[in-house]
Design a protein around this ligand. Structure first.
Ligand code: 13P
Length: 255
């Protein structure tokens, strides 16, 4: 395993939290705390907060991401957002296929794939989420499911485009529950994702892909999770809404 081949990425996923003015305040608070990071620092924020976030992050090492992207360039898709809109707003990263979108908004492996292609074709870095439910884990399907979701998401993504893809392994049972996967479970899940990439693109390529863990990662457990060979960063929900906690995770990834 060659962890040194991969850049650690700590990304906050704010979900449906913070207004534009709250966004400005939180990023101003975070900026000095993460200025020395030796990893990529990203905040994925609600669409309405993007202009405030881009403005607040200007001149800092914080990159701004969106929480979704549509696969069509424009048209009658009420409530959706296009690559051009996000580009012009200054977005660099896009979260795709989060389990909350799969669970509540009918996101499928097919639409995750289309959104991933749209993101990489437009030059964004795509953070593609995969993860099993508790039921799937208990039935023994974790490896099968993670490999399937990973391969489906990456259908028709070229090895060149894969350089702009990050996969986030987020076990559904660990999201927002306070129940974190053990470091070994996170490492194993991330390893299944990497193995799926290796099956499609070869081991050398797979070793270069950043695979994050997400699910109740916090200031206390980040060190141990991030020490694992297959855990190249984190996708952070709740703890990314607190400047101090988020910065501790960033520091853990910078070691
Ligand atoms: P929590 O860190 O709040 O569990 O959320 C994880 C997540 O879903 C990040 O995308």
């Amino acid at each position: 395993m060659k962890k040194e081949l991969r850049r650690a990425v700590i990304a906050g996923n704010w979900k449906m939290n913070k207004t534009p003015s709250e966004t400005k305040a939180l990023i101003e608070e975070m900026k000095p705390l993460v200025a020395d990071a030796d990893c990529d620092v990203v905040l994925c924020v609600p669409f309405i907060d993007i202009p405030a976030a881009v403005e607040a992050a200007k001149g800092s090492n914080i990159k701004i991401g969106a929480e979704n992207i549509h696969f069509k360039a424009s048209g009658a898709y009420t409530g959706e957002i296009s690559a051009d809109m996000l580009k012009e707003a200054g977005v660099e990263y896009v979260v795709i296929g989060h389990s909350e979108r799969r669970q509540y908004f009918g996101e499928t492996d097919q639409t995750v794939n289309l959104r991933t292609l749209a993101a990489v074709n437009a030059g964004f870095k795509a953070i593609v989420c995969v993860g099993e439910t508790l039921e799937q884990r208990e039935l023994g399907y974790t490896e099968t499911l993670l490999k399937y979701q990973t391969k489906m998401a990456l259908t028709n993504v070229t090895a060149e485009q894969l350089k702009n893809v990050i996969i986030a392994y987020e076990p559904v049972w660990a999201i927002g529950t306070g129940v974190t996967a053990t470091a070994d479970q996170a490492d194993e899940g991330n390893g299944f994702v990497r193995a799926a990439i290796a099956e499609s693109y070869g081991t050398d390529v797979a070793e270069t892909v950043t695979v994050q863990y997400g699910g109740s990662m916090n200031a206390k457990n980040a060190d141990e999770l991030l020490s694992k060979v297959n855990v190249d960063g984190g996708l952070i929900g709740g703890a990314s809404l607190k400047a101090e906690d988020f910065s501790i995770i960033v520091k853990a990834a910078s070691k």
